[in-house]
Design a protein around this ligand. Structure first.
Ligand code: MN
Length: 231
C-alpha cells in the first residue's frame, strides 16, 4: 500500500435530492456569454460564440453556508446559472446523445471578481484569479433528471430584491449543445459539473449580503457573505 507524504484533501461532493448518497465532483467547467442580453451588458460582440473556462472543484460551497467575503476584490459579482451534473463522460458526444450523459441539474452561482476579470481582459491574461478563487461556486443539491432539460425561470435575489430574472430558453447554446461542445475539447467524465452561463442582471455583492437563487423545477441555492471583508 502506498502512502502519501501528507493527507490528501477530502473528496468534494454535493448532496443529491432523494438519496443519502452524494455526487462526487470531478471537474467544473463553465460557459461564458451564453445569454445574448448578458453578453450585451458585458460589452460583447454579438457574433462571438459562447466559450469555456473552469473553476477548481474545491471552489464548491454547499447551499446554506456563510462564505468569507473574497479577498483582493472591490467588485464581487453574482451570476446565477443552471448547472449540469454528468453521470457518464466521453469525447465527441453527439448532440442527440448528449442528454443520456446527464445525471441531474443543480442551481449554482458563478461568483466573479469582476475587477480582476476586467484587468485580465485588458491584458489578455487568464481568468483564474477572477473566476477560480476559493468558495467561488455555491451550489444547490443536485436534482436527478431524465428527459428534456429544465426550461423555466432562472432568478437571483440579494437581500430580498430581485436582481436576475430570465428564462432558460434564452440560452444561446442548449444543454445538449454545451455537453457536445465541451466533449470536443476535453474527455468528460462522470462527476463533471458544467455551469451553463448567466442571464442579464449581474451585479455587485457587499459584505453581509444574503443571496438566494432558483431555477424552476430544479431547486434553490442560498448563501450569505460574511459581514466583514477577509483580513
Ligand atoms: Mn458565469
Amino acid at each position: 500500500m502506498s502512502e502519501y507524504v501528507f493527507s490528501p484533501p477530502p473528496p468534494v461532493s454535493l448532496a443529491v435530492l432523494g438519496t443519502e448518497a452524494r455526487f462526487p465532483v470531478r471537474r467544473i467547467y463553465c460557459v461564458g456569454r451564453n445569454y445574448a442580453a448578458h453578453r450585451a451588458e458585458m460589452g460583447g460582440d454579438d457574433r462571438e460564440p459562447p466559450f469555456f473556462f473552469a473553476k477548481p472543484s474545491d471552489a464548491v460551497v454547499a447551499s446554506g453556508a456563510q462564505i468569507a467575503f473574497p479577498r483582493a476584490t472591490e467588485n464581487l459579482h453574482h451570476e446565477i446559472e443552471l448547472v449540469i451534473a454528468l453521470r457518464q463522460g466521453g469525447v465527441d458526444i453527439a448532440r442527440d446523445q448528449a442528454l443520456d450523459h446527464v445525471f441531474g441539474f443543480a442551481v449554482g452561482v458563478d461568483l466573479t471578481r469582476r475587477d480582476l476579470q476586467a484587468a485580465a481582459k485588458d491584458k489578455g491574461q487568464p481568468w483564474e484569479s477572477a473566476k477560480g478563487f476559493d468558495q467561488s461556486a455555491p451550489l444547490s443539491p443536485i436534482k436527478p433528471w431524465a428527459g428534456a432539460p429544465p426550461s423555466g425561470a432562472i432568478s437571483l435575489s440579494v437581500n430580498g430584491s430581485v436582481r436576475q430574472d430570465a428564462k432558460l430558453t434564452d440560452m444561446i447554446w442548449s444543454v445538449a449543445e454545451i455537453i457536445s461542445e465541451a466533449s470536443r475539447l476535453w474527455r468528460l467524465e462522470a462527476g463533471d459539473l458544467i455551469f451553463t452561463g448567466t442571464p442579464e442582471g449581474v451585479g455587485r455583492l457587499q459584505p453581509g449580503d444574503q443571496v438566494t437563487g432558483a431555477v424552476e423545477g430544479v431547486g434553490g441555492v442560498t448563501f450569505s457573505l460574511a459581514p466583514t471583508a477577509a483580513a
